[in-house]
Design a protein around this ligand. Structure first.
Ligand code: AMP
Ligand code: ZN
Length: 461
C-alpha cells in the first residue's frame, strides 16, 4: 500500500512499525461548540483510513483525543480558553460544556457511520501525563521560563520547520503577530501556562499552578497510547504549520526521536473556494444539513467523491448528486435481493480494482468507480453476487448499505430462486404459476412485494 506523508511530501510504501499492526492518532474535536461538516470531513477521512487498514488486514489501534482544556482563542498563547469562553457565554461550567458538546459530537459521528476510535482520551484526564512529558522536555534542555510560564525553545530543534516547510521569515510572520520580548524565537510556544488567575481550570505543577498548552495533550496522549514510534498521525491541513509542527517538536524534545512516522492531512471542505470554518462564518452542522433534506450519509458519500488531499466543494448541486448516487446504490441493493447467485466469480476483477484503489493513498473516488462498475454489470447479469461485493466494499465506504437497503442478511437461495421464477412467470403473464410461487415463498417464511422497481422480498412479519 502507498500513502502520502506530509513530512516527506511523497507518496511511498507503507511499512508498519510492527508487522501486521497499525497505530493511528487523530486530533479530535475541541468540545466548546457544535462540530461543522468541514470538521467532519476530517473525521470521515480518518475513519476511512482506519477502515481501509482494517480491510487490508492490519490490526488497527485508532486513538483520538477530546480537547477540553488549553485550546485558547488565539494561537499566541493568549486569549481565553475556548471551553471557558463557551461556558461563560452559556452560563455553564467548562465541564458541562465539554460533556454536552462531546456527546453531540459522538452522536453526529455515529450518524455518519464514523466508528468510535478504540481509545478516546480527554485532555483533562491526562494532566499528569502531560506534566511528565514537560519534565522530560525541560530535562533535555528545550524549555525556559518567562512570565507566561514554561516556554518551548524552538531554536533548539533545527528540524523545527521540516513539517511546515516554511522558511524562517514565513514562520515568524505566521507564528505570532505580536512580539513577546521575553521569547527567544518568534515561533516559541507555551508548554505550561501560569499566572492566569481568571482561568477556571488549573492544576499544580513544578512550574506553578496553571494549565497545559494546547499542543501538549496530543503529544502526551499519542505517546501514552501508541508508544514512542507510531505509524500515522492525522488531522486537517490547517494543523500543519502550528499544532502538528509543535507536537513534533515536543515529541523530539522529550524522546530524542521522530515519534510519528507518517503525517497525513486532509484538505478543506470549501464553500465558494473559502474554507468552511468558524471565523469564516459559513458553518453548517449535521442537524442543519438534515433540515435541508440531506442525510448524514449523503454527506459521507460526498466526502468519498474527492481525494482526501484535494479541496471538496460544498454546494447544493454536489450534495444533491451525492444523495442521488447513494440512493442509486440503495435501489440497486433492493433489487439485487431477489436475484439468485449465478456466478460467484465475476466480481473479482472489480474487487481487485477496489482494493488497488484504496491501497493507492486512499483513492476512494476510484474505489467508488469500481462499485459502480459492479452495479452496471450486476444489473445486466441480475446476479446477487454483486450485492455481496458491494457489502464487502461498504466495510471501507461505511455507507451502511445493508441497513439502508433494509436487507436481512441472507435471503435463502431457494427463496431468491423462487422469486426470480415468479418474476419470469409474471413477465409471461402466467398468473396461476406466479400465485403458486408466491404461496411457496410464503411457506418458507417470506413475503414478496411488487414495486415499480421490481419484486422485493422480506421475512414475513
Ligand atoms: P478543530 O476542532 O478546529 O481543531 O478542528 C477539528 C478538525 O477539523 C481538525 O482536524 C481541522 O483541521 C479540521 N477542519 C476544520 N475545518 C475544516 C474544513 N473546512 N475542512 C476540512 N477539515 C477541517
Ligand atoms: Zn492534536
Amino acid at each position: 500500500m502507498k500513502l502520502y506523508n506530509t513530512l516527506t511530501r511523497q507518496k511511498d510504501e507503507f511499512v508498519p512499525v510492527e508487522p501486521g499492526k497499525v497505530g493511528i492518532y487523530t486530533c479530535g474535536p475541541t468540545v466548546y461548540m457544535f462540530a461543522h461538516v468541514g470538521n467532519f470531513r476530517a473525521y470521515v477521512f480518518s475513519d476511512t483510513l482506519r477502515r481501509v487498514m482494517d480491510y487490508l488486514g492490519y490490526q488497527v489501534k485508532h486513538v483520538m483525543n477530546v480537547t477540553d482544556v488549553g485550546h485558547l482563542t488565539s494561537d499566541e498563547d493568549t486569549g481565553e480558553d475556548k471551553l471557558e469562553k463557551g461556558a461563560r457565554q452559556e452560563g455553564k461550567t467548562p465541564q458541562e460544556i465539554a460533556r454536552f458538546y462531546e456527546k453531540v459530537f459522538f452522536d453526529d459521528a455515529a450518524r455518519l457511520n464514523i466508528l468510535t476510535p478504540h481509545i478516546v482520551c480527554r485532555a483533562t484526564d491526562h494532566i499528569p501525563d502531560m506534566i511528565e512529558l514537560v519534565r522530560r522536555i525541560e530535562a533535555n534542555g528545550f524549555a525556559y521560563r518567562t512570565s507566561v510560564g514554561l516556554i518551548f525553545d524552538t531554536g533548539k530543534y533545527p528540524e523545527y520547520a521540516a513539517l511546515s516547510r516554511l522558511n524562517l521569515a514565513e514562520q515568524q510572520a505566521g507564528a505570532r503577530t505580536t512580539v513577546d520580548p521575553e521569547r527567544r524565537n518568534p515561533s516559541d510556544f507555551a508548554l505550561w501556562i501560569t499566572n492566569q488567575p481568571k482561568h477556571l481550570m488549573q492544576w499544580d505543577s513544578p512550574w506553578g499552578r496553571g494549565f497545559p498548552g494546547w499542543h501538549l495533550e496530543c503529544s502526551a496522549m499519542s505517546i501514552k497510547y501508541l508508544g514512542e514510534r507510531f505509524d500515522i498521525h492525522t488531522g486537517g491541513i490547517d494543523h500543519v504549520p502550528v499544532h502538528h509542527t509543535n507536537e513534533r517538536a515536543q515529541n523530539f524534545a522529550a524522546t530524542g526521536k521522530e515519534v510519528v512516522v507518517r503525517w497525513m492531512h486532509n484538505a478543506f471542505l470549501v464553500i465558494n473556494d473559502t474554507r468552511m470554518g468558524k471565523s469564516e462564518g459559513n458553518l453548517v452542522t449535521i442537524s442543519e444539513l438534515e433540515k435541508l433534506g440531506v442525510a448524514p450519509l449523503d454527506f459521507r458519500y460526498l466526502c468519498h467523491t474527492a481525494l482526501y488531499r484535494m479541496p471538496l466543494s460544498y454546494t447544493a448541486e454536489s450534495l444533491k448528486s451525492a444523495r442521488n448516487s447513494l440512493r442509486g446504490l440503495v435501489d440497486f441493493g433492493r433489487n439485487a435481493q431477489v436475484w439468485p447467485v449465478k456466478d460467484p466469480a465475476w466480481t473479482e476483477p472489480f474487487q481487485r480494482e477496489f482494493k488497488e484503489a484504496v491501497a493507492d493513498d486512499l483513492n476512494i473516488p476510484q474505489a467508488l468507480a469500481a462499485a459502480w462498475n459492479i452495479v452496471r454489470e450486476g444489473n445486466q447479469r441480475q446476479d446477487r453476487t454483486a450485492w455481496a461485493a458491494l457489502l464487502d466494499f461498504d466495510r471501507v465506504l461505511g455507507l451502511g448499505l445493508e441497513r439502508l437497503v433494509g436487507a436481512t442478511p441472507g435471503i435463502p437461495d431457494q427463496v431468491a430462486e423462487l422469486v426470480a421464477a415468479r418474476e419470469a412467470a409474471r413477465k409471461s403473464k402466467d398468473w396461476a404459476e406466479s400465485d403458486r410461487l408466491r404461496d411457496r415463498i410464503g411457506e418458507l417464511g417470506f413475503v414478496v412485494e411488487d414495486t415499480p422497481q421490481g419484486a422485493r422480498v422480506k421475512p414475513r412479519p
